[in-house]
Ligand binder design. Structure first.
Ligand code: F6R
Length: 331
């Protein structure tokens, strides 16, 4: 898993090329006024990256949808991406089936599986990405090609420079981030990580950190965002029932100065109820690099924690078992 995270800069460049090579003949070119991205887990987080980055500079509504059905309101002006890295996740397959009942234009993103076969059979535009890696390690493939497709459609500008910046940043910083990750993992041993995002650009990163702690390190984790968490969650600290967590605050240059002040004041109030608190600052210039960079920082901490706990960061037996068990049940 560490090698896969280290290979992320190359994945990003390849992902952009794959997206740019997809030339689809859409019936309603440039006629879309909203986007829905249907998928689960790591694939859905790829959608969140797209939603977040586009939200920095366009008003195009992008909805990431994690369920069997499609959201209400999908119409002929909706571009629907059905995204599943494996191509076999039942919620994504169900969402794909649902697209047949709606009038939106569908694009499938997958590395294969049933979804690729269905899209090919139905002659639905298909972005085929490389397989062989766990979906959560393929987040570049499950996000960047969508930006290229949207660019082809005239729905956003080219993100080529952004992808290159992100790739360069991660390549330059990965060794340093890995050393830091091992230090952070030492504090996390037998502790509950809580990740707060102090900027809306980084909300998806905080959620991604939580998922990576779950899937790679096999520990429970929790994410929230500030300022909101200081209006409710703060009350949960210090209860005897919860072990003292390690707090991470994810900060971006877009973070409001009063949110940093709020973080500091909050820490004073809950002193003694956490083990350690660390602010992690996003790096880079453009939003995509700032977001993906801090995602990689979290990926590396989760891998370092897995190594320290002696668990295999790749194995996700419970998730696979559940998919298998549900696959055998009708209804
Ligand atoms: C596994 C992972 C999971 C999957 C999820 C959906 O690495 O990240 O969260 O992404 O179970 O599977 P896919 O992405 O294949 O549709």
């Amino acid at each position: 898993m560490r090698q896969m995270v280290f290979g992320f800069p190359e994945q990003l460049l390849r992902a952009w090329t794959i997206g740019m090579q997809c030339h689809f003949n859409f019936k309603r070119k440039a006629g879309f006024d909203n986007v829905v991205i249907a998928g689960m887990g790591g694939s859905a987080i790829g959608g969140d990256v797209v939603r977040t980055v586009l939200g920095e500079e366009t008003t195009l509504p992008v909805l990431v949808w994690r369920d069997y059905q499609l959201p209400p309101g999908v119409n002929r002006k909706t571009l629907v991406f059905v995204s599943s890295c494996s191509g076999n996740t039942e919620e994504a397959l169900s969402a794909y089936e649902e697209t047949k009942r709606c009038s939106g234009q569908v694009v499938v993103i997958t590395s294969g599986g049933k979804l690729a076969a269905m899209a090919q059979g139905d002659r639905i535009p298909l972005v085929l990405v490389p397989g062989g890696m766990p979906p959560r390690a393929s987040i570049g493939f499950m996000s960047v090609p969508m930006l290229a497709v949207l660019y082809h459609l005239g729905l956003c500008r080219s993100y080529e420079a952004d992808v290159h910046e992100a790739s360069r940043l991660i390549e330059r910083r990965r060794q340093y981030w890995w050393r830091e990750a091992k230090r952070s993992a030492r504090f996390l041993f037998n502790r509950w990580p809580i990740i707060y995002s102090l900027s809306r650009l980084l909300d998806v990163a905080a959620y991604r950190w939580q998922c990576q702690f779950n899937e790679n390190a096999k520990v429970l984790a929790h994410w929230g965002c500030l300022p909101e968490a200081s209006h409710n969650e703060i009350m949960g600290f210090g209860s005897a029932a919860t072990p003292a967590p390690v707090l991470f605050g994810l900060v971006d240059r877009s973070t409001h100065p009063r949110t940093i002040l709020r973080w500091r004041q909050m820490l004073k109030l809950i002193r003694g109820a956490y083990t350690r608190a660390r602010l992690v600052r996003s790096e880079g210039r453009l939003p995509l690099a700032r977001l993906l960079g801090i995602i990689v920082v979290g990926d590396l901490i989760s891998v370092a924690l897995a190594e320290q706990r002696g668990v295999d960061p790749i194995a996700i037996l419970k998730i696979e078992q559940l998919k298998h068990d549900l696959g055998r049940k009708k209804g």
